[in-house]
Design a binder for this molecule. Structure first.
Ligand code: FE2
Length: 266
């Protein structure tokens, strides 16, 4: 599996504090079945003002430590950008750090409670510049949760989305679970990532979500993330959703407290 949303770099945000903490997290990733993780520290104006150079340097150091410790995990550079009017100037200055620095896909976090008007213009300008925005955890945005059509509209414009594995497993409550499952089912999300901040429940949810997704897991946790890491175009089949032909059985996915793998329900 490949994780395209992970707070694994030490001391940069609210993820691991020390390099040792990062190594512990890396081991947890290996045990959970991950081979590759894109490090996506928060970049929030005035809160976490990390430069592209600082993130690249931190990734390089962590990768050296992983090799020295014999931990078979590849860590690649990236960032989780809080959407702001600073993104376009950063892009023009060559300062924006896309996922694995390919210049193709950018992980963008929207505000939790609303979507300011300038946001659609920023996303549109990114698309025009050849950078595909990937909306981080749309299930945690109040506006998108209440209006699924808005996400479908974004998808129609070429904007992608990543749901959090823990949302699918119910870690963030039933409302987030319902929205995340709908994103997966309808194909408005193309990625399932952990958004882990340590060797925590969010990280463990990656493997649990894979079990829930069954046959669809490969697309959400490997094939589509691999296209992002390689900076290649996504397979159009990736946008079909978990399975329209098995829609009836997908309904089971929404039932709470079944206490079993949903793999057979997909
Ligand atoms: Fe995050």
């Amino acid at each position: 599996m490949i994780d395209i949303h992970a707070h694994i770099l030490p001391g940069l945000d609210d993820g691991p504090e020390t390099p040792e903490d990062s190594l512990e997290m890396a081991w947890a990733y290996v045990k959970a079945g991950y081979t590759t993780v894109v490090a996506t520290p928060h970049v929030i104006p005035g809160v976490y003002d990390h430069t592209r150079a600082a993130i690249l340097r931190s990734v390089r150091r962590l990768q050296e430590r992983l090799q020295a410790a014999g931990i078979p995990l590849t860590v690649l550079p990236g960032a989780e950008y809080h959407v702001s009017d600073r993104l376009l100037p950063l892009l023009r200055a060559g300062e924006l750090l896309t996922l694995n620095d390919t210049g193709k896909y950018l992980l963008v976090e929207l505000p939790f409670y609303q979507i300011p008007e300038y946001v659609s213009q920023v996303l549109f300008e990114l698309l025009l510049a050849g950078v595909t925005p990937i909306i981080a955890h749309p299930e945690r945005n109040d506006f998108l949760a209440r209006d699924p059509a808005a996400l479908a509209e974004m998808r129609a414009r070429g904007i992608l989305a990543q749901v959090t594995a823990g949302a699918l497993t119910g870690l963030f409550g039933s409302a987030a679970k319902r929205v995340a499952a709908a994103c997966v089912r309808e194909g408005t999300a193309q990625f399932v990532a952990t958004d882990a901040h340590g060797p925590d429940a969010r990280l463990e949810a990656g493997a649990e979500a894979a079990a829930l997704l069954g046959a669809s897991a490969k697309a959400f946790l490997h094939t589509n993330p691999a296209a992002v890491v390689e900076g290649t175009a996504m397979d159009p089949a990736a946008f079909a959703g978990a399975s329209s032909s098995r829609r009836n059985r997908l309904a089971v996915f929404h039932k709470e407290g079944k206490g079993k793998s949903f793999a057979s329900d997909f």
